[in-house]
Design a protein around this ligand. Sequence first.
Ligand SMILES: [Zn+2]
Length: 257
Amino acid sequence: MKKNYTTDAINLKNYPLNDNDSIIVMFSKTKGLISAVAKGAKRPKSKLGARIQMFIANKLMLLEGKNLDTIQEAQSLNTFSRIRSDLDKLSYSMYISEIVSNFCSNKCSQDENNESIYNLIFSTYNKISNSKTKEEVLLSVLKFQIKLMDILGWGIDFKTCSICQKEIETNALFSFNLGSFVCVKCANNDVSCIKIHDKIREFMQTLLVSDFDVETKYDKLVNLKVLDKCFNFMKKYIDNISHKKTKIFEVLNCVSQ
Ligand SMILES: [Zn+2]
């Protein structure tokens, strides 16, 4: 017999199934990444219509299906409405939904990390939505990148050389071949190494160990240039691990040219 179940979920993508129905890809608190049909969502008077937009968090009742589950009821928890009124907020939020889709496939649906990942996406979208500056947006995205990798077991050790296991005092290098930090002595001829300034390393380490909503001593000091550098560093690291290049910023560049 088909079963109903309830879960909180955040919409990451939606696309049409036919003239009336849509398919929604969501990250749910209990089952991780799920796809479900929203019947009649494309009809003008549909109650579901407004709830299936991207980046909305809903409390859902779903009916299990053979291939796809069906959304029975949706009650919005947070619409993160200000994400949709700003191109920067929108593109960084799309970037987040893209990496979540890349990493959290349906296969790991029993994963005990689902709740932490759900809470992390929720906090990040909430922060992005309420941000007043691009610095605030980027800081939240950077926290998301660092923390998501940590939850998934790909966390970066910002303090230790991955080869000699010694703490790196100064002049650390990041090897993209190894996906980890190395000291000057161990770097040898690794051409994939880039220098990461000690202060930047300390900044990212602080973001890693601080709770998402806690303001660190850097939050007010850090400028756009540094944030952009850190974001691009994490983006490259994440793209390398997933073997997929996140496309959202390339798409936007094409559109704006
Ligand atoms: Zn070393």
